[in-house]
Design a protein around this ligand. Structure first.
Ligand code: NDP
Ligand code: 2IT
Length: 444
């Protein structure tokens, strides 16, 4: 057995009960075969693969909070600090009932490579809780966020670990957590990103993941013949990433015809009305089914099915494993040209392989959704220099970072004889930078 296969077998045995984490590791390892073979002795002597797959630390804690009836409720909080070889830990916080250690570890592992690709000095981490924000009152959300930070504040700081949003965590939750951090420590510092604009947030951060996804997609399409203009686009999800992906797709001349949430999906053949979606999701915090109330001639379907609509481009922007082999087959049958991931690991490994084997341009989330964390890095820079940049300044830096990531993935893939395989390119480029730093730091 090779070094790579040995380590993979050990991890599969040790963490057999963490399916999402194993899925993320398998995808990365498969891409690294040639890189590892080239440097096998060096990497093996330095235990690079064992170290890069084992988090620096995993913090797990009880989060007690009081609901509106006066009852004490308990959730589990997590922060997995995966790797800080190239910068302070950085990565989002997810609040969703499906959160467990496997999910947070897969997200933290992906974040290490993603942050490396941004070219900014950020290590990888992820956190969150199995708290379900759905149906909770604003006061319950605040109670939860304050309690969560009452424990988390011990482990984070502007030069140590800088969390941000993810599923279920937006500006409101970041605000409550920032307030509690300030109260616990007395420090007003850039400990979180995705902050409100009045207290150190960055313009463009809200839009950044979705916009960045489209800057990447447009570049990928242009490099392979044509850009976004005139393309029909399916997007899943109806949250932060999906909404601003849809906005930029339209600005670049595409027509977005679907959105979804965990209850169902909408198909509007005339193109999604984003002002209406923003009113439903950002103002009312409602469900995507409400879109049909205002637009009776659109279709609303309960359950899955968003990938059954014939489109040129598919952008999964909801959650992990939401685009499976059967969905990939349907997309290919309907002539899809390009799939770029806005969510983290939304496409299963077999679906990814099917798309690639059928000539579909495929971009992995760690490259194509890196615009969110990249702009978080720009928020950290602004906080450090105590200045705020304009929307256009941040947006143009975001765009050049995304184009840089595309070029980096493309050339890393080519260097290893894997032209057009952007999954391999992203993993190789992200990995080699982190490993250089790990080697420089010695046994730690
Ligand atoms: P939001 O909470 O704003 O929105 C999430 C959307 O996905 C909602 O429409 C939600 O529907 C849907 N969704 C969540 N879980 C499920 C599920 N299990 N099944 C079906 N639908 C689901 O989150 P974001 O938009 O911020 O995040 C979306 C994805 O993008 C995640 O994978 C996240 O990790 C990734 N990402 C986010 C970044 C960011 O900056 N926010 C940066 C990079 C990646 P419902 O309301 O019904 O739950
Ligand atoms: O998955 C991600 O990259 C995020 N949720 C954003 C993390 C961040 O620190 O901005």
């Amino acid at each position: 057995m090779s070094y790579l296969n040995d380590v993979l077998a050990q991890i599969e045995k040790k963490y057999s009960y963490q399916p999402e984490f194993l899925q993320a590791v398998r995808e990365v390892f498969e891409s690294l075969e040639k890189v590892i073979t080239k440097n096998e002795k060096l990497y093996e002597d330095n235990a690079i693969l064992e170290r890069i797959t084992e988090p620096d630390r995993q913090i797990q804690f009880r989060v007690p909070w009081v609901d509106d009836t006066g009852k004490i409720r308990i959730n589990t909080g997590y922060r997995v600090q995966f790797n800080n070889s190239i910068g302070p830990y950085k990565g989002g916080l997810r609040l969703h009932p499906s959160v467990n250690l496997s999910v947070i570890k897969f997200l933290g592992f992906e974040q290490v490579f993603k942050n490396s690709l941004t070219s900014l000095p950020m290590g990888g981490a992820k956190g969150g809780s199995d708290f379900d924000p759905k149906g909770k009152s604003p006061r319950e959300i605040m109670n939860f966020c304050q309690s969560f930070m009452t424990e988390l504040y011990k482990y984070v700081g502007k030069d140590m670990d800088v969390p941000a949003g993810d599923i279920g965590v937006g500006a409101r939750e970041i605000g409550y957590m920032f307030g509690q951090y300030k109260r616990m420590t007395g420090l007003f510092e850039g400990v979180l990103t995705g902050k409100g604009l009045s207290y150190g947030g960055s313009l463009t951060r809200k839009e950044a993941t979705g916009y960045g996804l489209l800057y990447f997609t447009d570049e990928l399409l242009k490099a392979n013949g044509n850009g976004m203009d005139g393309k029909k686009v399916a997007i899943s999800g109806a949250g932060n990433v999906a909404i601003y992906a849809a906005e930029k797709a339209s600005q670049l001349g595409g027509k977005v015809v679907t959105l979804s949430d965990s209850t169902g999906w909408i198909y509007d053949k005339n193109g999604i009305d984003l002002d209406l979606v923003k009113e439903i999701k950002e103002v009312r915090r409602g469900r995507i089914s409400e879109y049909k109330d205002a637009k009776p001639d659109c279709e609303y379907h309960e359950g899955k099915g968003v990938w059954s609509v014939p489109v040129d481009i598919a952008l999964p922007c909801a959650t992990q494993n939401e685009l499976l082999l059967d969905d990939a087959k349907e997309l290919v049958k309907n002539g899809v040209q390009c799939v770029c991931e806005g969510a983290n690991m939304p496409t299963s490994i077999d679906a990814t392989k099917y798309l690639q084997a059928n000539g579909v341009l495929f971009a992995p989330g760690k490259a194509s959704n890196a615009g969110g964390v990249a702009t978080s890095g720009l928020e950290m820079s602004q906080n450090s220099e105590r200045l705020s940049w304009t929307f256009d300044q941040v947006d143009s830096k975001l765009k050049s970072i995304m184009i840089g990531i595309y070029k980096n993935c493309e050339s890393a893939a080519e260097e290893y004889g894997l032209k057009g395989n952007y999954v391999a390119g992203a993993n190789i480029a992200g990995f080699t930078k982190v490993v250089d730093a790990m080697l420089a730091h010695g046994a730690c």
